[in-house]
Design a binder for this molecule. Structure first.
Ligand code: PGA
Length: 246
């Protein structure tokens, strides 16, 4: 696992946007594993700029989102469907809708939906690049501490810590859904290349825990030590003390 401090969120986001762009441009049928959350907003901003400037044909690119809240319709402003449309798919409307995959957290048959999404990932995957944020508690996707290291797409009960952290996007903590559909840890590990981003003082401890522990289900991000091709990009605030800036 490589950890690189690019100094600022802006530079790291631009770098990762370039990597995603390069992947799509070199391989028109590439498969991208996408993530949501505050960490990713600038990545998509720069990616849209690159796509627009070069009018890249993305009609054969396929995307797979990590997770979605349970109980929110796609039109709900805090759903990850809505987020993805806002930051990427409405901004650059040349993606083929049939190639955009996000779990349906509003399904009345949630277990079946998790199974369907998992099958889709197995049939269409593996993804070429999976981008990831990290929770303050070390979660990746919505795989909370204690998640089975062999888990595939599943229904997750969100922890207090995640509900509190994500309440900043909702009117109140009680509006935050209590569950999500999430790719599991084993599903994430199937990606050929994984890029994790972490910005700000609040993520410093999670990065410290990731870098200083072997694989343990108490810290879900540590599963990434079992993958041969992981890069972690941080800013000054999230960087561990011994990491030099590049
Ligand atoms: P954030 O979420 O980017 O909104 O901080 C990241 C995560 O919880 O994985």
């Amino acid at each position: 696992m490589k950890i690189i401090n690019l100094g600022s969120k802006k530079l790291a986001s631009f770098y990762v946007a370039c990597e995603l762009y390069k992947e799509m441009s070199c391989q028109p049928t590439s498969k991208l594993g996408l993530a949501t959350g505050g960490t990713m907003t600038e990545v998509y901003k720069y990616l849209v700029e690159l796509l627009e400037k070069n009018q890249l044909d993305v009609s054969h690119v396929e995307t797979f989102n990590l997770d979605e809240y349970v109980g929110l319709k796609a039109e709900h402003p805090q759903s990850y469907h809505y987020y993805m449309n806002e930051v990427l798919f409405d901004q650059y409307p040349n993606f083929n809708k049939e190639n955009i995959h996000i779990p349906n957290g509003y399904s009345s048959q949630l277990e079946d939906e998790a199974e369907r999404y998992n099958q889709l990932l197995n049939d269409r995957g593996p993804v070429d690049i999976q981008i990831l944020g990290i929770g303050e508690n070390g979660h990746i996707g919505f795989n909370e501490p204690g998640t089975d290291l062999h888990s595939e797409t599943h229904i997750v009960d969100l922890t207090e810590s995640t509900i509190r952290a994500n309440s900043r996007y909702f009117e109140s903590e009680s509006d935050v859904p209590q569950q999500a559909v999430s790719m599991g840890l084993a599903s994430i590990l199937k990606a050929k290349r994984i890029i994790l981003l972490a910005f700000g003082e609040k993520k410093k401890e999670a990065i410290h825990q990731l870098m200083n522990n072997q694989v343990t289900k108490d810290i879900p991000s540590t599963i990434l030590h079992a993958h041969p091709n992981v890069e972690v990009y941080v800013d000054d605030e999230a960087a561990p003390p011994h990491i030099d800036k590049v």
